[in-house]
Design a protein around this ligand. Sequence first.
Ligand code: PMP
Length: 396
Amino acid sequence: MSLFDKFQPIIEIRAELEKAGVMPFGAVTEKILSPTEAIVNGHKVILAGTNNYLGLTFDPECIAAAKQAVEEQGTGTTGSRMANGTFAEHVKLEQELAAFFDRKHSIVFSTGYAATMGMGSTLAGPGDVILMDADSHASIYDGVRLGGADMVRFRHNDTADLEKRLRRLGERAANTLIIVEGIYSMMGDQAPLKEIAAIKREYGGMLMVDEAHSLGMLGAHGRGVAEAAGVEDDVDFVVGTFSKSLGATGGYCVSNHPELEAVRFAIRSYIFTASPSPSVIASTRVALRLMQERPQLRERLWENAHRLHAGLKRLGLQVSPQVSPVVAVTIKNRDQAIAWWNELLQRGAYVNLVMPPASPTRDSLLRCSVSAAHSIEQVDRIVEAFAALQTSAAVG
Ligand code: PMP
C-alpha cells in the first residue's frame, strides 16, 4: 500500500490520453491574442470555453486601472484582510458591490472558491444542515465538508424534492442553509429561484445563491437569477466571483444581515490567505462600473448565446435544454468526446472537455461558452468546426 495507490485511476486516464496524443486538461495557452483568440498547443484558436462573458479582460479602462494600481500600490498586499491586507480600495470595492446589489453588507475574498466554500463552511457547522442542489459546484461541496454540517442533497432543480426534504427536517429547517446556483456552470441551466424562494419562505431556513455564472447576465441591473426572478428579498446571501463576467480573480458575498460583519471574523478562507492584489481590485472596480454602464455588452452576449445554441442544435447535437451563454454538447462516449475535443482544437475552436465526475451526468461534455466579445463570424466559425467534425465522423 502506498499513498499514491488512490491516484491509480488518474494515472490510467492520463496514460490513455497521452497514448491518444491528447492532453485536454491544462492545455497550454502559448499566447493570448485577445479576449476571444489565442495560440493553444500550436493552433490559432477561437476561445470558445472561457468564462469571459462580457469580454472585459482586455478592456483599455480595466487595463489602465490595473497598471496604475501596480505602479502606485505595488504587485501584492502580502497580507490577510485581517492583518495588513485591507487597503482603502478593498473597502471601496466592498462598498461598490453592496451598492450594486442594493445590500447593506459585503465581503471581498481572494477567489470565488474562497467566498463560496468559506461562507458555506462558516455559516453552517456541526448540528446545522446544508440542503443543496446535487449538481452544486465543488466549492459548495467542500464548504459543507469543512464546516461539518449535515449534508442533504435534493435532485438538480427539483423543487418537489427540495420541499420534501425540507419538510422532513421539521424543526431543523430553522437551522438549515439552502444553497443553489443561479446559472449552473456545466449545462447553463437556471435554478427555479421563484419556487425555491417560496419553499424557503414556507419552511424557514436561509438561502444562499451562488451567482458566479449569472452576474452581469440576468435581471434588470445584471444582479443575476435572483433579480430576474424577483426574489432578492428571499435570498439571504449572494456569493459570486470576479473571475467570469468581471474578467479578473476574487470573490464576494453580499447580504442584508448585519451578522455578516461577525461572520467575517470567522471565515478561515478569508482570514488565512492574502488579500487580492491591488491590480486585481482596481480592474474589478472598473469592470463592475462598465458592466453597469454598458448594457449593450449583455445584449451582445445573449445574441451570441442564441446563435451558438441554435447553430449547434441545427447540427443535431445534444445541446443544453436552456439557452444560455454556456452551451454544453453532451457526448455519451468518452473516447469520442476526447477525439472531438482534439479535432475541434485543430479546427480552431478551443472548448472545454468535461468528463465525469466533473460533469453532472455519466456522459462527457464539450462545454462551449460565448462572450460579448465574440463577433458573429467567430460564433459561426465555432459552429462550422462542429459541423466539419460531424462530417468527418460520418465519413470515418
Ligand atoms: N462557484 C461556481 C458556481 C463556479 O463555477 C466557480 C468557478 N468555476 C466558483 C464558484 C469559483 O470561482 P473562482 O474560479 O473565482 O474561484
